[in-house]
Design a protein around this ligand. Sequence first.
Ligand code: OOG
Ligand code: MG
Length: 254
Amino acid sequence: MVEIAAIAERLDTAMLTATATPQLAEPLAIEDAYAVQAASMARRYARGERRAGIKMGFTSRAKMVQMGLDEMIWGRLTDAMLVEDGGTIDFARFVHPRVEPEIAFVLRADLPATVTPASALAAVAAVAPALEIIDSRYRDFKFSLTDVVADNSSSSAFVVGRGVPVGLDLSNLGMLLEIDGIARQIGSSAAILGDPVRSLVAAARLAAGAGEPLRAGDVVLAGGATAAEHLAPGQHVRLRVQSIGAVEFSVRRP
Ligand code: OOG
Ligand code: MG
């Protein structure tokens, strides 16, 4: 018997107290890992958080190489994780946060499980530059694939820029991540499955498969285009994405 509820509680407590927890002692089956994720999210919804969309993970080679894992994963986003563009995060709320450059889709219509890239894009209100703050609840930011899935795929906070309506080719947009004005990661949206719209198509399938299909108003984070960067108090982080704009936030000093 896998202790789904007990593991969910442990990971939820690690998140709430910003304290690292050891990697899971017994390897979980992938279904059980997603069951733990759902159970830990149920605790957050019970505290009043609301669903805001989903994040895709390991959709780029750069991310797979950095973390040593090679299968696409996903996690849930809530309103409590959303940081306004230009806003500030509190370093003390996190265990060991990192930031990565992403593309976000904001939906204006529901999406069924099976969509073509064109029909998925027809449901998009805006495509926007986004910054994901990931924060593994595991010690040393180390985990197996099922460990990280149980930990809501390291979802922690996210910032979405204003963005633009769809209509442009998203398959090769330059992406520049700056910390305190210094270029730290330079990449392309091509790194995300060859075109971030493929990540949106996969998100529709995975969310519907979990019984929580994508809905109008949801945000979908397509996945980091480059490796993630460590965050430190006092930093200012900015992402510019060719043709679609910029997004930024700061890390408050304690
Ligand atoms: C897991 C989450 C991966 C992405 O964009 O690939 C992810 C992690 O790296 O901690 O968010
Ligand atoms: Mg990410």
